[in-house]
Design a protein around this ligand. Structure first.
Ligand code: SPM
Length: 288
């Protein structure tokens, strides 16, 4: 299943079989970058109203207007659920946004970062410096490798692992399968937490239930949180979490006032609220 790239009359159309019968369109002013890497088609657009936009294989990964929501929630939910995260692994997310957020935690000592496509990092450093600043953190160690293979070799190494994947089409597909989750669990220290890009509870119910089943089988605690990202289809996306110990649905630590003042989406109350799901989703996940 491949996406096709649609740009017509000054508009970018995101059209994908994963959300059939609908398209997400943004008005664009310029194409800043348009090349194929070994793995995928990478494009950066200047949009009319949403700042710069990064698309991979025709799917919007982020826009400057609302990227804060995704990066903050995928990073701060697991990091604040952990009482003292020191060793962190980030898989995927070559734009650097998750590293930027994880680096805001003073207790974090090292951040290993594994991305399969080096060109995404290079392009982000050139066009998206407000995200790629995440790579400037001296605690970051970059590995250009297949994330599934990388994590398979690690045992008992990380307090928190965050998987910022694209959708399960193309290079991201393996990151939605059980063997990958088994490796993630094995790579955690006792009491560790994983958080993975969990797709939309409205648009991808098979995917969300599959991730919930996998994490329920493997982890002591499992939960799904969802939040708003206007420039993803349906305007929402989720994070699937698994924990070897800590409660996931509320922060284990207080957020320093200085850090809170720099965030735009995450607060301790938003953390808790993100796990309160609409009734249909609650029924769907409890029925597993
Ligand atoms: N750091 C930003 C990278 C974004 N990774 C996730 C992108 C998901 C895009 N598709 C969303 C589809 C939601 N149904």
């Amino acid at each position: 299943m491949k996406n096709s790239i649609h740009v017509k009359d000054g508009w970018f159309f995101e059209i994908c079989n994963m959300w059939p019968g609908m398209a997400l369109s943004l008005e664009i002013e310029n194409i800043l970058y348009d090349e194929k890497s070994l793995f995928q088609h990478i494009q950066v657009f200047e949009t009319k109203n949403h700042g710069k936009m990064l698309a991979l294989d025709g799917i919007i990964q982020l826009t400057e207007s609302d990227e804060f929501s995704y990066q903050e929630m995928l990073a701060h939910i697991p990091l604040f659920a952990h009482p003292r995260p020191e060793t962190v692994l980030v898989i995927g997310g070559g734009d650097g946004g998750i590293l930027r957020e994880a680096g805001r935690h003073a207790c974090v000592k090292t951040m290993d970062f594994c991305e399969i496509d080096e060109m995404v990092i290079t392009v982000s450093k050139q066009f998206l410096p407000d995200l790629a600043c995440g790579f400037d953190d001296p605690r970051v160690n970059v590995f250009i490798r297949d994330g599934a293979a990388f994590v398979r070799e690690k045992t008992g190494r990380y307090d928190v692992i965050i998987v910022d994947s694209s959708d399960p089409i193309g290079p991201g597909e393996v990151l939605f399968k059980k063997p990958f989750y088994e490796s993630l669990k094995n790579a955690l220290k006792p009491g560790g937490i994983i958080a993975t890009q969990g797709e939309s509870i409205f648009l991808h119910q098979d995917c969300v239930t599959n991730l919930a089943k996998i994490t329920r089988d493997l982890f002591k605690q499992q939960a799904y949180a969802c939040f708003i990202v206007p420039t993803y289809p349906g305007g929402n996306i989720g994070v699937c979490l698994g924990s070897l110990g800590p409660e996931l649905t509320r922060p284990a630590r207080e957020i320093p006032a200085e850090l809170q003042s720099r965030l735009k989406y995450y607060t301790p109350r938003v953390h808790e609220a993100a796990f309160v799901l609409p009734h249909f989703a609650q029924v769907m996940l409890e029925a597993l």
